[in-house]
Design a protein around this ligand. Sequence first.
Ligand SMILES: Nc1ncnc2c1ncn2[C@@H]1O[C@H](COP(=O)(O)OP(=O)(O)OP(=O)(O)O)[C@@H](O)[C@H]1O
Ligand SMILES: [Zn+2]
Length: 501
Amino acid sequence: MKRYGKEIAIGFLTVLFVFLLYIGVPAIPLVSAALMAAAVAFLAKSRGGIAVGSVGKKPASRAPSYLSFDDIGGQDHPKRELMEALEFMVKREEIQKLGIRPLKGILLTGPPGTGKTLLAKAAAHHTNSAFVSASGSEFVEMYVGVGAGRIRDLFKEARSKAVKQKRNSAIVFIDEIDGIGGKRDGGQQREYDQTLNQLLTEMDGIQGDESIRILLIGATNRKELLDPALLRPGRFDRHIQVDMPDKTGREHILRLHGRNKPLDPEVSLAKVAEETFGFSGAQLESVMNEAAIYAMRDTSDHVDQTHLTQAIDKVMMGERMDRETTKEERERVANHELGHAIMAEHVRPGSVAQVSLTPRGQALGYVRHHPRQDSYLYTKETLEHQIMIALGGCVAEELIYGGRSTGSRGDFEQATNIVKTMIESGMSGLGIIHPQALTQEEWSRENNAILNELIERTREILGANKEKFEQLLDILLQEETLSGDQLRACLSHSMPRSEAS
Ligand SMILES: Nc1ncnc2c1ncn2[C@@H]1O[C@H](COP(=O)(O)OP(=O)(O)OP(=O)(O)O)[C@@H](O)[C@H]1O
Ligand SMILES: [Zn+2]
């Protein structure tokens, strides 16, 4: 009915327009023409939801204002667990009849950028709940009492938003909840206590029979820091682990973020997934975005595989820098990187993809390894090999220049992290231990023992290959990059110098 009304209105205006023209009133046609235009605009708008200004243009594909579980890549396990837990909210009456205590809190734990916030938003959509959120980091510097007030307001806001949106439930999401519910010791203790107490009070106040059901979802990447009071039954009842995506998950995430981009038909996202071992969802989103930026720089209207490869490097290593380096610096960096690369080929033949002297981000050079298989278990041998690859840079500098430089800081950090894993996994001389039972001194003694032995082994291997450094250095300095195949060709047989270039 309504729609016909508009058609009739237009018809009427048209007749009026022609009539006015016919009787020859000169000023009026202008007015009626304007009226006509307005009517047409109104009609177009009411039909397609598109304003006249954009008729003819391709309507921008607008993202829906909600986020569903289908918009989250990978993470099948956390998604399933979360949906199961949410049944408690959906099937309220059954739960009440059976006298089951209402689910009050779900804790999502896992590394940054893995989609915890997305999961919380999808949970709100799935249960048709209002959604409010805050971050624990907001609370850290607050004056006494302010934090507690903010928590109270947050829950109040959740209830009133649900009423306004005519929903009968609300989800309160607190990211970095360790900022509020951190263990009660150290510094700003009084404020922590008040804020945390308020949060506990709010949680305890959640009833199963309220007209607006509240669910608290917390996220943290440091669960061990949380106050045990938060983890007691009746508070955060469910803990869901959200991990880094595996290869299939990575491909799924890449596909989701590629939906709004013109990808070249030849693009293989499976390959990108393979090469992005260890990337979080947030980093994968970044890869897709950066690839599109590279396509724009190339004035290409498609994102192709080389754009994606460039984007992986950028997200992994940072933007390519035009840094002025001296000849001596470049040589040292080249030898350092060759140390990593030769060591890598020694312990994992075929693993080096490329050695590069292009400064990126903080690094003056880098070695790109072929993607590894996703693996979740590491043997002592693999961990030792990883440490030796990390130490290869500094050992090479020692062999060639007789000393280290500051360029190995990151390598040492990586090496000591792996040593920590080894000690904690009972692979050290200390046997199976509880890590917290070790004193600082015992830690560093064991750490040094392991590292010194591995430095020695690295030195032996690289020392035996010393002449290869000279041969490879020339190519690397000249070409700025050295492919894995070039490296392997040189290592497998003693290449005369002339063949190297
Ligand atoms: N599984 C995923 N599927 C699709 N996109 C993802 C996924 N994980 C992360 N992202 C992308 O990364 C961004 C950040 O993710 P999100 O904020 O959910 O991570 P988080 O785990 O909450 O991280 P933090 O702990 O840093 O808050 C998202 O907006 C999205 O673009
Ligand atoms: Zn290094």
